[in-house]
Design a protein around this ligand. Sequence first.
Ligand code: DLL
Length: 433
Amino acid sequence: MYFNEEFETLPRQALEALQLKRLQAVVERVCANVPFYMESFGKAGVKSADIRSLEDLQRLPFTTKQDMRDSYPYGLFAAPLEEIVRIHASSGTTGKPTVVGYTHKDIDTWSELMARSFAAAGAHRGDIIHNAYGYGLFTGGLGAHYGAERLGASVIPISGGNTKRQIMIMQDFGSTVLTCTPSYSLFMAEEARAEGIDFKKLKLRVGIFGAEPWSEAMRGEIEEKLNLAAIDIYGLSEIMGPGVAIECIEAKKGLHIWEDHFIPEIIDPKTGRRLPQGELGELVITTITKQGIPLIRYRTRDITSISYEPCVCGRTHARISRMSGRSDDMLIIRGVNVFPSQIESILVAIEGVEPHYLLIIDRRDNLDTLEVHVEVDEQLFSDEIKVLQLLAKRIEKEIKDVLGVTCTAKLVEPKTIQRSEGKAQRVIDNRKL
Ligand code: DLL
């Protein structure tokens, strides 16, 4: 059940002592190696020697996604490139991605934490793990892959897409564990049904789902349609990738965050002040063992609460509640992180297209859909229909090429998209999770 019993069940006092030791070491490390932190700590008037207790963490300034963008691509790395063995990236608020680098030791830690996560979800040696998270710059595929191998299970590196083949393989290879986004799992179930395949006859026992928001209602639907226990897994590239936190199969109530590697805090996103246990706020994470790109008080923008209550599973690590939203406007469409501003910059670069647009997101047959409504100028609009069709195709292609998201572009007459006097409403999200 445990992968690393000693660390997963470390008594609170010992865990906190370890956290403090590691926190002091990481603060010293970034002060010595990362100009950004030298400057930001300097501005805040704190030195590494000031961190004498875990409470002192609050004296340190936050790190934001914008800070990562400003130091694109490698500015926040604390290790020289010669020591970086892997690079991943995720969407930034504009066209440039957020880049993260891992040393050998970082990959080793990540594999261990993913293996712990698999074990917490009830997976073990002998399991056949069907890994349908995307392989590539996205951390989902490779993160889960290395963890599954570390656990000693057999991993099928199927990646995303080609759903019919996925189902055939799950059936023929006897997959027992499924890893993918929650929405993709439901899409698979629908496809299987259409093919006349009964998911209940497959050997799947556990599904480990994350990378996008979902709900208790969706868990119920997945468990019923796929006939497995559905477990929530959380992570983000900036901090590591998947496996930062996971539910245990015993309780399925809150996600254990691996506190011997990460220090979580919940803050009020407006004031930046720490909130007490149980209150909803923004999750802030400090990585205390990372080498490639350690982050101090990283503002995840994810909204959750934290609990230090003991858990029936015996793990001593705190639990965060299912993510209940974000404190920024990031959307996750079919597992891809997208900011409206990214679509905007693609649109405004196209001649004849006006900067008035509306993004309509929906979920049909368990798959997210994105419609981009955009105004075109008077002259274009009176042109032949063929010209407009070509333009719509071009917009769809550029959005797909740059962001990796499939959409339908709808060109509309000038001045038909509602104007706003305050904050423009550019997104209508009709998905009901
Ligand atoms: O999505 C890493 C991951 C891969 C997690 C596979 C779980 C499974 P990013 O692409 O950087 O990394 O996106 C991170 O996705 O800040 C959340 O907003 C959202 N997210 C991730 N897991 C969950 C979850 C991966 N379980 C962003 N529930 C995060 C809700 C989630 N949102």
